[in-house]
Design a protein. Structure first.
Length: 190
């Protein structure tokens, strides 16, 4: 056992508070969501500009097509990367909720572009990309909340506790083995 400066056994480090763990978990989730979402934004903007310049479709129609392609891309990324540890039962329900909330996000995203294009007459390629990007940003806030709350739900508490218990059991076994190895040979024999 390690000794502190007073010669007494050193106190173990203070455990992190539950609030701190939740904040850390939320931050990791937000980073993963951002990674998939960032790639989705690139897909969305790439398809948007490709469709807009390769066809004669109106700006909002090209944007809707790009958004649908990005939704498919994002589902795969969210299910198999961001939320891979979440409940996997009820995939049909999960997919239906994902499509429902994605459709709301599509309306938010393209509503911003529609208002800029037809409400204010801002229709240059640069303006369209700016307002497409702003719409994606506003819709992303809604999507993050709805996906984590309704679509990719956390595992039920029973499974989470079982997982934590198995971790603690493994950790305690490792600690006991490590402690036994650290003791001098004459104390191990006693």
């Amino acid at each position: 056992m390690e000794r502190g400066s007073s010669g007494l056994p050193a106190a173990p480090p203070a455990p992190r508070g539950a609030a701190r763990l939740r904040v850390d978990r939320l931050m990791r989730e937000a980073v993963k969501f951002g990674a998939v979402g960032g790639a989705g934004v690139l897909v969305n903007l790439l398809v948007f500009n490709l469709v807009r310049h390769a066809t004669d479709l109106q700006v909002v129609r090209a944007s809707v097509i790009a958004t649908v392609v990005a939704i498919v891309f994002n589902y795969v990324g969210f299910r198999y990367f961001t939320y891979r540890d979440r409940d996997k039962s009820g995939r049909t329900k999960e997919l239906m909720l994902f499509l429902l909330f994605s459709a709301v996000g599509l309306v938010i995203e393209n509503g911003v572009l529609y208002a800029a294009t037809y409400g204010f007459g801002w229709d240059s390629p640069l303006q369209s990309n700016i307002f497409k990007f702003v719409g994606i940003g506003v819709a992303t806030l809604f999507r993050f909340w709805s996906y984590r709350t309704w679509v990719f739900r956390t595992l039920p508490a029973k499974e989470a506790v079982a997982s934590a218990e198995s971790f603690l059991t493994t950790d305690a076994t490792t600690d006991a083995t490590t402690d036994a190895k650290k003791r001098p040979a004459d104390q191990r024999a006693a």
